[in-house]
Design a binder for this molecule. Structure first.
Ligand code: ZN
Length: 59
């Protein structure tokens, strides 16, 4: 997902709760950022945050 798309998703989603069902690799200007974005709410996760989210789900 592009950074811009994640920004748009975040604006559209607002501050509703989201359990971040799916994260996509985040790209900016065609380059991998090393971060991830929720495909539902657009929240950006670092690799570490993504790992912690997965751990909190027990997967
Ligand atoms: Zn989310």
């Amino acid at each position: 997902m592009k950074q811009k798309r994640a920004d748009e998703l975040r604006e559209a989603w607002g501050d509703k709760p989201c359990d971040h069902p799916q994260l996509a690799k985040l790209y900016d200007l065609g380059e991998r950022t090393g971060n991830f974005a929720c495909t539902q709410c657009g929240r950006v996760f670092t690799f570490r945050e993504k790992a912690e989210l997965a751990a909190s789900r027990g997967s």
